[in-house]
Design a protein around this ligand. Sequence first.
Ligand SMILES: [Zn+2]
Length: 241
Amino acid sequence: MRLKNLSDRIYFLESDDEKGLPALGYIKGEVFSMMVDAGATPAHAALFIAHLGENGLQEPVFTVVTHHHWDHAYGLSALETISISCRKCAEKLQMLSDGEWDEAFLEKQVKNEAVSVLTLDNFRKCYPDLSEIEVFSTDIAFDGEMNMDLGGCHAVVKQIPSSHSRDCVAVYVPEEKVLFIGDGAESAHVGRNIADDRDELIALQKLLRNLDFTKCIRSHKGVMSKDEILRDIADRLSEVI
Ligand SMILES: [Zn+2]
């Protein structure tokens, strides 16, 4: 996994498809810097911070958690940042942090789709001992949108419609025309299958059409142009009943 950059202000640690680890984003402001997603495990978060150090980049002050799925949120315990998510995500993480992690609790979370069947093998590889799991909720929870001035650039953290999960947020950097979309453009995992919600996908398509960006970073699918992601959504919409 390498740390890549799209500009002087936008970096991301590549995803690891074999282990199911998402890309982790970094926005370098002149005053504050921001991490996008906390990583799947404390080790994943620590790896990201190590890459920043090697590249002479400051540790982030803020971490935005794009949604409550384990691969995006469970690295929070290793980070000394101020963490941010939408209220729905914070509530889900709070519930997960209050639980006692054992086989019965995990089974419940698989039913709740907090840990999907499709990612369960990777989850078990990351967490062979369930009792070691430490889930943190976020420090700041918001509804709607937060526009943060990082110095020289902004991070607009906004809730977005999504088939994938009902607590998705994206981070938009208008000065760079870059959008960190997390898993917001992905399908939902339903049992061993994936499925799209037509209404959510149409709403997301509309939002993306109206947003002035040239590149977006999908957590598990890398960098795409605006045209590419809109084509992907249009193709899927043509297949959804
Ligand atoms: Zn997800």
